[in-house]
Design a protein around this ligand. Structure first.
Ligand code: SF4
Length: 241
């Protein structure tokens, strides 16, 4: 196993993040291919995006850890047991996990709340969607960054999973934060395991020579790493500015 992946938590700031408009519009109820927004919606989106960009501070904390044990429904690394249903089949054999917490901070949600109070509902709603789209793009950005770190070592990286999504219990946020605490970027868990600021995403991915990643061409499709010998499909768009 390579020892070249950093096992210390690392804070990433000043990330050159591009926000995917389709992701923002998805939060407004648009389906990616079928619905085309009209000029009014597009203008509102542009206004909310400009406002949102001035209010968000994308940052992330990431940490790699070697896997000490893997079973059909769990991965052990460090002191943590990450109980993820069916992970053995979904990811195949993995040698490393990467845990990360990402946030855009709380300024945007505060401004959106003020706009709701002032009954500026369309802008408030679109600004909230910009925040949701931004933090999703940030999580994709971090996922791609992790692959760029591991792939030169011959270790493809899986797609991300998050506690509370799919079949992974939200209570596992505590185990994930045990691996990679969010304090360094100001993200905390409440009693119900929800994060503050709200526009935050915690994620787990894994790397291994035999990791199952072939079902996930969309990762390569948005990755900005040029000349990657492992690229599985051409880049179509990117979350890198
Ligand atoms: S092109 Fe694909 S395999 Fe290569 S670093 Fe990017 S996401 Fe990973």
């Amino acid at each position: 196993m390579s020892a070249l992946l950093s096992t210390a938590p690392r804070v990433l700031t000043a990330l050159p993040l591009a926000i995917d408009p389709a992701e923002v519009l998805r939060f407004q109820g648009y389906k990616k291919s079928a619905d085309v927004p009209g000029p009014d919606v597009r203008a509102l989106f542009d206004e909310a995006l400009a406002l949102g960009r001035s209010l968000m501070a994308p940052r992330a904390v990431v940490r790699w850890l070697p896997v000490s044990r893997q079973s059909a429904d769990a991965i052990e690394a460090g002191d943590a047991t990450l109980a993820i249903p069916d992970v053995g089949r979904l990811w195949g054999p993995v040698e490393w996990i990467a845990a990360a917490v990402c946030t855009i901070g709380d300024e945007l949600e505060r401004r959106a709340a003020e706009l709701w109070e002032a009954r500026e509902l369309p802008l408030a709603s679109m600004l909230d969607s910009v925040g949701s789209g931004a933090v999703e793009s940030l999580a994709e950005y971090v996922n791609d960054l992790l692959c760029q770190e591991a792939i030169p070592l011959g270790l493809p990286v899986t797609n991300r999973v998050s506690p509370g999504y799919g079949s992974w219990d939200v209570a596992q946020q505590r185990a994930l934060f045990g691996v990679c605490p969010g304090d360094a970027i100001g993200v905390r868990l409440n009693e119900a395991c929800f994060m503050t600021p709200v526009k935050s995403i915690s994620l787990l991915a894994a790397a291994g020579a035999g990791a199952r990643v072939d079902h996930y061409f969309s990762q390569c499709a948005r990755c900005w790493m040029r000349d990657c010998a492992y690229r599985r499909t051409a880049a179509h768009k990117t979350v890198h500015r």
